[in-house]
Design a protein around this ligand. Sequence first.
Ligand SMILES: Cc1cc2nc3c(=O)[nH]c(=O)nc-3n(C[C@H](O)[C@H](O)[C@H](O)COP(=O)(O)OP(=O)(O)OC[C@H]3O[C@@H](n4cnc5c(N)ncnc54)[C@H](O)[C@@H]3O)c2cc1C
Length: 463
Amino acid sequence: MSPETQRLLSALGDRLGAGGVLTGSDVDQRYRDDPDGKLGALPEVVLRPRDTIGVAAALAGCNAVGQPVVIQGGRTGLAGGARVQPGEIVLSLERMSGLAAPDTQAATIIAEAGATLQAVQEAADGAGLMFGVDIGARGSATVGGNIATNAGGIRVLRYGMYRAQVLGLEAVLADGSVLTSLKGLPKDNSGYDLSQFFIGTEGTLGVVTRAALRLHPKPASEVAAFCALPSLEAAIALLGTLRQKLGPILSAYEVNFAPLYDEMAATMAMQAPLPVGSPVYVLAEIQGSEPDRDGERFAEVLMQSVEDGLVEDVVVSQSPREFRALWDVREDANRYLFSMKGMISIDVSLPLERMAAFLDAADSAIHAADPGARIYVFGHLGDGNLHYQVLTVDPYAAYTIIYRAVAAAGGGVSAEHGIGLDKKQWLHLVRSDAEIATMRRLKASFDPKNILNRGRVFDLDRP
Ligand SMILES: Cc1cc2nc3c(=O)[nH]c(=O)nc-3n(C[C@H](O)[C@H](O)[C@H](O)COP(=O)(O)OP(=O)(O)OC[C@H]3O[C@@H](n4cnc5c(N)ncnc54)[C@H](O)[C@@H]3O)c2cc1C
């Protein structure tokens, strides 16, 4: 550590108070955690401010000496954005987890960046409202990480991605300047909406410290249906039918392709809701405001789809317990796949009409490269977002095959997990030179010394 950095840390120790600067043996292994199992470096220093002023002091100091900083929320990101690189100091938002009481009239809540998604959901629920985003990592993923990655999840179909939940935010720039936009106004065209720069930019332009988030009315009815289908084409047709017949109450549409469900069913703690053996399974959900009619309408459309041959078999939840049990089956996919060592996890976005062609091309190219490769696909079909998982002896070849196939199909190499460190070499397949050059210009203007999340999304210094 340079003498300059040591002087900085002793100044910050006074500024951030007890537990605000961790060094040496006080830095524990959890700051290296990575759900993909790719351990980062053990950081020499972790800064843990308690408030925005503390974040501003930390960044101004690091910027003055050119000290690289990696921002950490809950470390559940799946693109390596929060993974520590040698020489980086960690800036953790873990001591900034406060939530203001929800404003029930405006249906908003102000959250600090280190608050977990689950804490926001529970606060909304306690006020008779709901938060529109839900993801499997809800207990650890934070508001700041969700904003930085523009998290998606299971109800994007109904409520949009995280960007749609952010009415405004507060962020600190690399030089310590604080930008605060927390009025929570649904409409405000008074100049540039600077908050947008920090949503989905993976911590490369600034540190999010607080956000004003939109809440929604709590649904009066929630019903889930688990369906077995003969093909992807049938699943896409059923999505169209449900949208047309049910309109906005369709809130989730999740897919699971063979052989994933069959293998999961063999190791599930709960009873599998439908027999195995179908090529495609879908979990569809409605959230409505008319409990007496919603479930009935949903069941009618599904029964008609069985008669029309779109659906082979279906089970519809009849109680909150059954509703939860069907969702547990969906979430069990993560349990099953994360238990397989060496599995690579790819999160892609595709136009629905090109999805079947993409799957055919990717599956056959991967099997040509590695005949023993095992492929598992599931995801958020309603949003054109597939999680494509591969167990192969040659992960690099698989990544390259899939990302090229995605680009050929007019898709995106990251639907919701971001680019981070792990996908930057493939960004050029789906974004033009002009787009990447513009991203670099923005980064250079917000963070001229390149101290924040250096090397995430793209490298600044490479032409
Ligand atoms: C089981 C499981 C299921 C998941 N399901 C989904 C899903 O359905 N949809 C989805 O979108 N994602 C999903 N994810 C990925 C992950 O949960 C999200 O990317 C989440 O938004 C990351 O939040 P975090 O607090 O853990 O961020 P981290 O992992 O700590 O950080 C992620 C990125 O954000 C930056 N960052 C963190 N905090 C801030 C801040 N305050 N200001 C600026 N930058 C910051 C980091 O530097 C890093 O680049 C899943 C992950 C797991 C493990």
